[in-house]
Design a protein around this ligand. Structure first.
Ligand SMILES: O=C(O)CCC(=O)C(=O)O
Length: 277
């Protein structure tokens, strides 16, 4: 039976990266300190209660991918100071720096994914196929964490993942029977995983449990992020945020290691707009 390794929050970063490299993902137990978890839940749960499941627009593929009994809440940076604090977590940042290069990435999305009773299994996928032309390289173009804000159980839709599938050839190979497991986690744990590993949200067989995860990944700075953070966060709000959060949301321009700058304003770094308040 395939399984993911569990590591403790105090594990050496190299040990965490080695587990991701070997299996495509790892669970870090107690990733989020208890006080921060409580603040995240205080911020998140009213949003979850006020949100309607399913998606309004889009085609049938999009509706199925989203999930008819799933609530997805984005634009979190403007809604939760706790999320901003988690975004600055040193191990989470180190994961981005290690796989994508320091200052070489942005937040792809930071969304609550709340899988409700009766939800069917999400189609299995690789996150990097958001950008098919850039996918399939030896290096990562995206790397993600799913933070458990409630317990993730087999019954309530814990993420399904195929350990080792980040090394399987082909864009989206078949997933043999018996090659997946579920990322069963306690609230506060985190699943960290490669953009190449095959995974998806699990089926929620419970009568009344909502599985709430904070699905938050990074992508290379020259890729278009899934979420349009600059339309959900105002310039005024961005000015109050830590510099790292401003950068993650794209309010600071991308200065790649060996090419032109991207995301400029008046042909200057967009960060000047923030600094000139
Ligand atoms: O919610 C989950 O467990 C995974 C969701 C996911 O992979 C996605 O929507 O891209």
């Amino acid at each position: 039976m395939p399984a993911l390794k569990h590591l403790s929050r105090t594990a050496q970063e190299q040990e965490i990266w080695a587990a991701i490299d070997a299996d495509g993902g790892v669970i870090v137990d107690n990733f989020i300190p208890a006080d921060l978890l409580a603040r995240l839940r205080d911020d998140a749960m009213p949003l979850v209660r006020g949100h309607t499941p399913g998606v309004q627009g889009g085609n049938d593929f999009w509706k199925e991918f989203h999930g008819e009994a799933t609530k997805r809440i984005t634009g979190l940076a403007g809604k939760s100071t706790a999320w901003r604090d988690l975004l600055c977590d040193p191990v989470y940042r180190a994961m981005g720096d290690h796989y994508l290069g320091a200052d070489n990435y942005y937040l792809n999305t930071g969304q609550l994914i709340c899988i409700g009773p009766g939800e069917t299994p999400q189609m299995l996928h690789r996150d990097e196929l958001n950008w098919p032309e850039a996918a399939g390289q030896d290096h990562e173009i995206t790397i993600t964490a799913i933070f458990a804000l409630t317990d993730f159980t087999e019954e309530n839709g814990a993420t399904v993942i195929a350990p080792g599938s980040h090394k399987w050839p082909g864009a989206m190979p078949d997933v043999p029977e018996g090659s997946t497991c579920q990322a069963v986690m306690k609230a506060g744990d985190a699943l960290l995983y490669s953009g190449k590993v095959i995974h998806g949200g699990g089926k929620n067989r419970s009568a009344d449990q909502w599985r709430v995860g904070l699905h938050a990944g990074f992508c290379l700075g020259w890729l278009r992020a899934e979420e349009n953070h600059q339309l959900t966060t105002t310039l005024e709000e961005a000015r109050t945020m830590p510099e790292h959060v401003q950068r993650m949301l794209g309010f600071r321009s991308y200065v790649p290691p060996a090419a032109a700058r991207l995301g400029l304003v008046n042909y200057e770094d967009a960060g000047l707009l923030l600094d000139e308040a």
